[in-house]
Design a protein around this ligand. Structure first.
Ligand SMILES: [Zn+2]
Length: 90
């Protein structure tokens, strides 16, 4: 079951308990590293490039529900305005 990813105007919310802030995210990442080996043979990674990044599971830290997240608007986003919770400033 695919997990919906939050964008610039959205955030995760646990459908089961309403948690907005704490999640365990299981992801598989493929990347490329620039490894610089010094003359003594000691390698150091100087650059990392993410080639592929897939979120496999998101579980709630509060109630342990797995993949029960939904996307809701962030408080400061245009999607979130108009719901009446933030004072009128403009
Ligand atoms: Zn939860």
């Amino acid at each position: 079951m695919p997990v919906p990813l939050p964008g610039p105007d959205t955030r995760w919310r646990c459908r089961q308990c309403g948690n907005l802030t704490r999640f365990d995210v299981t992801r598989s990442t493929r990347g490329r590293e620039y490894v610089h080996v010094d003359l003594a043979g000691e390698p150091a990674v100087e650059e990392r490039e993410v080639l592929e990044d897939v979120v496999e599971h998101v579980s709630c830290r509060w109630c342990s529900a797995v993949d029960a997240v939904e996307l809701v608007p962030r408080p400061a986003s245009p999607l979130g305005r108009g719901s009446g919770s933030v004072g009128a400033s403009s």
